[in-house]
Design a protein around this ligand. Structure first.
Ligand code: BGC
Length: 379
């Protein structure tokens, strides 16, 4: 009897710790395990999605966060290519937005102030006097609900967040659905749908840091980047757009052809000094609300190649300038200076205060939509 109890006890520990398979279809698997409990006692899960080719995406419903993504190199070796943590506590305490959905408003809002229909709203501020990525408790720090299924393109997870009226100072109760699909074509496809019950602003984005070498002790400086943009939105010393749109031609921000990220990162250029490297919004070409290819990245040593497609007007390219070794990631790795880069599809920063730019207003009865795809292959 005693040994039966012991056996059941060990079995229960084992099953709590390992993934339980919930769905399985033609080589596509979806499974789920407990990731941990929040301070308020709520349970948080980690979901694993595998496609037909053998790539794996792990997502937690805390912050709708991508925790890991494996992709093959030119020799077929799969490695995790996104930065992140291996425990929930670090996601609760972390300040780098690894893999999260950021919102309601990705990027900065000057002084955390917006005007809607002539009424001024003071939002929560969390970067000096300004707001970054939605305020003190952004979407990345909230618990989302999750539903998994195998779609026609591959295994999917749909995450839903209810952001109440007044959340971080924003008007309107917002419901946001974000669906990640790991397609059978090695794409990470992200589809967003949002609604509100009062006029508000909505501009969420995905914040994965990539390192296509799959070895996070390497910097990303030898990755080659191309961005389909001729212009950007210059910033002041506080990273707030000046309201101008300027050409990137003959500047270190010219990525119209594949160029090593490190080639001009230390050039004597005021904008690079303000941002400590690349941390700007590129004004993407051919904005007509349809999905088009906007950027590609090639990593020469592994041959990994990433293409970015989106229907958004802007792309924030951030070269990991604030990583300084203090963040301890998966497998105890310290993420050092410029060991990951982000390509965040979004509207231009501070658009609520720049009415000449594409609008970020969402009204009751309208549906906010975004599609962004990161497609992986080798060359
Ligand atoms: C911003 C960086 C910021 C980072 C958060 C990026 O989207 O552009 O300035 O430091 O997010 O870690």
């Amino acid at each position: 009897m005693k040994s039966l109890f012991l056996f059941l006890f060990i079995l229960s520990i084992f099953s709590a710790a390992s993934f339980t398979q919930t769905k399985h279809k033609n080589g596509q698997n979806i499974s789920k395990k407990l990731f941990g409990k929040l301070n308020n006692g709520k349970e948080v899960y980690l979901y694993s999605l595998q496609n037909k080719l053998g790539a794996e995406l792990k997502v937690t419903n805390f912050g709708a966060t991508v925790v890991s993504l494996t992709m093959p190199d030119k020799n077929g070796n799969y490695k995790d290519i996104v930065l992140g943590y291996d425990n929930l506590k670090s996601y609760e305490n972390g300040t780098s937005y690894f893999g999260a959905i950021v919102g309601r408003y990705a990027n900065r809002i000057s002084k955390g102030k917006i005007k809607i229909n002539g009424k001024l709203y003071q939002l929560s501020v969390n970067e000096g006097e300004n707001q970054l990525h939605g305020g003190k408790i952004g979407f990345n720090k909230m618990l989302w609900t999750a539903k998994t299924f195998v779609s026609k393109d591959g295994p999917s997870i749909e995450l839903t967040l209810l952001s109440p009226d007044g959340d971080q100072g924003y008007p309107g109760k917002v419901t946001l659905n974000v669906t990640y699909t790991l397609t059978n074509n090695n794409e990470l496809k992200i589809s967003y749908e949002g609604t509100t019950d009062k006029t508000t602003v909505l501009n969420p984005s995905h914040h994965s840091y990539f390192n296509l070498t799959g070895n996070f002790s390497n910097t990303i400086l030898d990755h080659q980047l191309k961005i389909n943009a001729n212009e950007f939105t210059p910033i002041d010393k506080e990273f707030i757009p000046t309201g101008k749109i300027e050409s990137i031609v003959n500047t270190p921000l010219d990525f119209r052809k594949l160029t090593a990220i490190g080639a001009h990162i230390n050039d004597n250029f005021e904008q690079l000094k303000f941002a400590h490297g690349y941390d700007f919004n590129w004004v993407l070409n051919n904005y007509n609300k349809k999905v088009r290819e906007v950027a590609d990245v090639y990593e020469p040593t592994t041959g990994r190649y990433m293409q970015v497609f989106t229907d958004q007007p802007g792309l924030q390219f951030y070269s990991g300038n604030f990583l300084n070794g203090t963040e301890i990631g998966k497998n105890g790795i310290h993420y050092n200076f410029r060991t990951g880069f982000c390509l965040e599809a979004q509207h231009y920063p501070d658009s609520p205060n720049e009415p000449q730019w594409p609008s970020v207003i969402l009204k009751p009865g309208q549906i906010y939509r975004q599609t962004t795809i990161y497609k992986f292959s080798t060359k």
